[in-house]
Design a protein around this ligand. Sequence first.
Ligand code: PMP
Length: 409
Amino acid sequence: SFPVEAVPQAPEDPLFGLMRAYKADESPNKVDLGIGAYRDDNAKPWVLPVVKKADEILRNDPDLNHEYLPIAGLASFTSKAGELLLGTGSAAAAEKRVSSVQTISGTGAVHLGALFLAKFYKVNGANRTVYLSSPTWANHNQIFTNVGLPIATYPYFDKETKGLAFEGMKKALADAPERSIILLHACAHNPTGVDPTAEQWREIAEVIKAKKHFPFFDCAYQGFASGDLDRDAGAIRYFIEQGFELVIAQSFAKNFGLYGERAGCFHFVAAPSADAASITTRVASQLAILQRSEISNPPIYGAKIASTVLNDKALFAEWQENLRTMSGRIITMRTALRAKLEELRTPGQWNHITEQIGMFSFTGLSEAQVAKLRSEFHVYMTKNGRISMAGLNTRNVEYFAKAVDSVVR
Ligand code: PMP
């Protein structure tokens, strides 16, 4: 019989618990700033117009079926996905130094990468510790822990400036044992909204290179952060140009609004060398074996939608327009929130609201203030003071600013 006493009750996932509480709240004023999914100005999910078009093209295709994809996924999708990250003129792609596998969105990509490292990142004396930013997307902790890789943290968020703890970060990376694994958010850092500048990325790359660390990029918001796909891939491209060998977990949840379709990729980029092609083939063969035992074949429909858009010039241009709509609305909300708080003379500095980027903002509100916002104003956000900017709109931004003003005083 199963030793059921060995199965304790686990706590509910805090984010999904928050979502439940929000749903149960009957106040007409309630505001959901918890979950990281885009909402339009009416607080409704937004199906990208370009996704609707791709969906229609697929549905009208008489040859559409529900067969299995190959183990590595839809090749027309994974190759374009890689190109999106690396850029069209990428030497790494031309030299066939990239192994790409379609995954269960970004989470699955981080997981497949973690599994691959757990199995193969074993060099004599090499350190297998994965360094995560403090704070980071909470799931990173459990994904790497679950595959048996030890985790540690590097400073990232400076509570005083509500910006990057740059010196602390560099020092921690320099102090970490050689050949550690360093997880980096490619853009729109979750949960802080704080990204290094281009110059800071250069210095970070220098430290990582000097210590022979291995970069693991998590890219969940390309194009969604600045509205510019190339700009949001800037850090990754810079590292690749510097000759790093690295891996990338790529999600299409936010930038295509394909959350539940689970479209994503994992990419291994080998460093330029005479062996690069052979390394790439070997890596791909091992990723396929891992993929087979985990999920056999990745899901087809989201990948087909993304592939339809990525492989068509006109649809691609329309997608870029849709990306600018989403990122633009979020940036407008940042400006509006900051302006309201400054107009109300809410105690404290609020410049970080517009300086941070992407889906999230780390407001600096304390746990007690967050609790008060919920009990008195029906505002739902995570305990760490993070807000999803996408939950704000022209109708509730003033209400939220006044609520913040009230709990801060
Ligand atoms: N990494 C980070 C940093 C994220 O914020 C997210 C989305 N919350 C993901 C990965 C993966 O999300 P998904 O599995 O939905 O693509």
